[in-house]
Design a protein around this ligand. Sequence first.
Ligand code: HEC
Ligand code: HEC
Length: 358
Amino acid sequence: MKWFVAALSLVSVGVAFVPQTPKPMTPAAELGTAIPGLTPPEQKLFNSGRQLFGKVWLPQGNPALFNGRSCIQCHSDPAFGGASDNVFNHVFIVPDENDVTGWRVAPWRVYPRGQILPTGEYEMRRAQSLYGLGLLEAVSEEELAKREDPNDANKDGISGRLFRYPDGTVGRFGWKGNKPSIESFTHKAFELELGIKEGQGTDDNHLSPERVLAVAQTMRFLSPPREEVLNSLRAKGKELFTKIGCASCHTPELTTGKSDYPSLANRVIQPYSDLLLHDVSRGPAQKSPEKGIGKREFRTAPLWGIGNFTGPYWHDGSCESLEEAINRHEGEALAVTQRWKKLDAASQKALISFLEGL
Ligand code: HEC
Ligand code: HEC
């Protein structure tokens, strides 16, 4: 009887105060399509930028200085909105006191692998897939911040942190985890990859604010990849993934918070990332031109969909296989990598099989 009275009184103070149980997220069967069950207005937003994502744009200024002509050029492996296996950004870095990060990239350039490059300070960046981005955006700052441990207070050797701008805004996108939203990344992508800023261009090549927003909306509602059903091998791999400590950074499950879009709010998702910055590299610290982010700090790569992508892996595309990428982890992940190396061949195979099914 007591619970009944309690339930009634909760209802009487207003249902809005009762936290809802998060709903599981069932990804679309086909990659490159929308989250299933969008509301009609959300579906309209998803549709609004699909064509623009594939549209060929004319850069403003010297075309030789820009990377691509369309978003899809680097985001189509294995389907619409995916990654790229053969196009890389060479990010030429110029210190810039006027930029909040203390640096700017100017301009990004792309070269097929193996081609001889001009001299200058640059870093390589592989294109990531864009699946599930709207859900990652809808994870609340509190949900991410509770996993931060910047001074390694729990002494497990792992010290993740969020990138924070001076006004408190947190970053979560890009390899450096410093872009706060899908819209901010979309502006930068148009400007740096395609050489066209909002407001520039004429006629069909005009980049209006509505067009930038439409492209961002399409990415926002792209479904995350669907994980394969666990067989006994993959189940063993999943268990090892947690047991040896991969899950300390590649968080298997996050819950999204509030959102303007009902389909993105309060969902349980499996991105296999904490979206925090970690230092998992080796060697002495390099001189860093970036204010606020170490040169060796990168966001934990979300592993959802990794099995659909043929590689290469790592932020600079320097790893040909999943094994190579795992072996590359040092720094904060050193103890975990040592545990991986001690696994017998069958156990390593199980863990790889688990990753291949993501
Ligand atoms: C020449 C290749 C290329 C083109 C063209 C390109 N991108 Fe990208 N994209 C990349 C690379 C490389 C990264 C990783 C950048 C980084 O984080 O340093 C990336 C990352 C992204 C991300 C962040 C994903 C994440 O997980 O955080 C978004 C969003 C994105 N691109 C959107 C776009 C949009 C929109 C366009 C078209 C306006 C576009 N890209 C055109 C190469 C490209
Ligand atoms: C201390 C945090 C941490 C731990 C522990 C960790 N990772 Fe990572 N992982 C990262 C970060 C950060 C990156 C991105 C590194 C980069 O590209 O420079 C990454 C990248 C990867 C990639 C490449 C993804 C891509 O898109 O290229 C794979 C695969 C991966 N991790 C698997 C694992 C596995 C399996 C384990 C356990 C054996 C593990 N990681 C343990 C933080 C971690």
